[in-house]
Ligand binder design. Structure first.
Ligand code: NAD
Length: 430
């Protein structure tokens, strides 16, 4: 690796905490910054989030008692446009995690070259424990607490883990009530009936399918006979599995938080979707053998799609991964030390900030449609999504070849280069 003496690095813990998502993101950022020979000023700016909000979210619970939750919203960088990023409701949400996810959003929007910066938000809670009324009050109070930063030109949330169209509708309504008029473009991932985009729900999984298809073409692997394992059977994983099956690949394993199922002859994804619609989870799905999530990752498949949580591929299991291609549907599923191991094994890793960028791309389309007040057909959304994903895949691949780096480093370099270029043009306001 090139050495860059002019960069003053902040003191870093000598031992990287492999599973701290912020450190994992920064490890990749630093490597890309070194290779780009980024000047110290811009390096320092890009290493810091623009704004971090931590807010108390008091909620009147159904039993009449008040419970106080913690809400977080981080705007990492807005140099290229309004901040964009999802909101997750989860017990494991932390400031470090949200900041890493907000930085990833910044790089992701830059990789696919859409005019947004990056943000992320979350509320520390167990949404499965909350009634519908409690969830609505939590969402509205959180929205009111971060109202100062929200807005179509400043910060535009979207769904993420454990939030959905309904939550987006409450956010849009709360914001609109405060503005005294309806503002659809303040969130994306809304129900279609209230300004959502056709094709948004499937967009991330569809984007994952498109980049896998391009990777197979690039590596000369025929579609038929190619096997896939998908971890996570939610919005991203289930759509990716269904579309990959439709494309002619054989999905031999799927999983969710209750465990996985394996069938060497292929799992009929339609049946699995029906099972989950009826039983909520894959547990007990009869058309295959049960396997654990850990076993799924190490199966002898051609393509692996981690589409659940971060940090599932670590230095411990990376040596046992057999897939030729990994397409990261989830954000941050691979730790930095695992990257090096996969690289050595020659695994073709399509990094998260490229592989799962289909969601934010169609979120951008939704925002454009809201602002135009004119809506596109699903065919047009899919066509434009395909164009963006294929162009971005080849931009990253060409960049990787030109700079002799892997796709992860190439995607960070390309993104950071684009964000840094805007900072240079805008200058530092004093
Ligand atoms: P989701 O809540 O719809 O689905 C998550 C799935 O993962 C569920 O099937 C759940 O059971 C499973 N899961 C949870 N814990 C697990 C565990 N310990 N082991 C295995 N499976 C587990 O969420 P989603 O929207 O599909 O998001 C999944 C990932 O994709 C997240 O990392 C998210 O940040 C990322 N992502 C989502 C989008 C989007 O548009 N939804 C866009 C980009 C990235």
């Amino acid at each position: 690796m090139q050495s860059v003496p002019n960069i003053v690095r902040p003191d870093k813990d000598p031992v990287l905490n492999e599973e701290n998502p912020f450190e994992a993101m920064m490890e990749r950022f630093d490597r890309a910054a070194e290779l780009l020979n980024l000047e110290p000023g811009i390096y320092a700016v890009l290493r810091h989030p623009e704004k971090q909000i931590i807010t108390s979210v008091p909620v009147m619970m159904d039993n009449g008692e008040v419970e106080v939750f913690q809400g977080i919203r981080v705007l990492y960088n807005t140099s290229r446009g309004p901040a964009k990023g999802g909101i997750r409701f989860d017990a494991k949400v932390s400031l470090d995690e949200v900041t890493a996810l907000a930085a990833w959003m910044t790089w992701k929007c830059a990789v696919v070259d859409i005019p947004f910066g990056g943000a992320k938000g979350g509320v520390i809670c167990d949404p499965y424990r909350l009634s519908m009324g409690e969830l609505e009050r939590l969402t509205r109070r959180y929205t009111a607490s971060i109202l100062d930063v929200l807005g179509p030109d400043s910060d535009v949330p979207a769904p993420d883990v454990n939030t959905n169209e309904r939550v987006m509708a409450w956010i849009m309504d709360t914001y609109s009530m405060h503005m005294r008029h309806t503002v659809t473009s303040v969130v994306t991932g809304k129900p279609v009936a209230m300004g959502g985009s056709l094709g948004r729900r499937e967009a991330t999984g569809r984007g994952v399918k498109i980049v896998i298809r391009e990777a197979l073409r690039e590596l000369g692997i025929p579609v038929h006979g190619t096997t896939v394992a998908v971890q996570g059977f939610g919005n991203v994983g289930s759509v990716a599995a269904r579309l990959l099956e439709e494309e002619g690949l054989t999905v031999v394993a799927i999983s969710d938080m209750t465990g996985g199922v394996y069938n060497a002859n292929g799992i009929y994804i339609g049946e699995a979707l029906k099972w989950v619609a009826e039983h909520k989870f894959l547990e007990g799905f009869p058309h295959g053998e049960p396997i654990t999530n850990e076993e799924l990752l190490e199966l002898g498949v051609d393509v692996l799609v981690p589409a659940a949580l971060e940090n599932v591929i670590t230095k411990r299991n990376a040596p046992n991964i057999k897939a030729k291609i990994i397409a990261e549907g989830a954000n941050g599923p691979t730790t930095a030390p695992a990257d090096a191991i996969l690289d050595e094994k020659g695994v073709f890793v399509i990094p998260d900030i490229l592989a799962n960028a289909g969601g934010v791309t169609v979120s951008y389309f939704e925002w454009v449609q809201n602002r135009e007040g004119y809506f596109w057909s699903e065919e047009l959304v899919i066509k434009r999504l395909r164009e963006v994903m294929i162009r971005s895949f080849h931009n990253v691949l060409d960049y990787a070849r030109q700079h002799h780096v892997n796709l992860r480093t190439a995607s960070y370099m390309l993104a950071i280069d684009r964000v840094a270029a805007v900072h240079r043009m805008r200058g530092i306001y004093a």
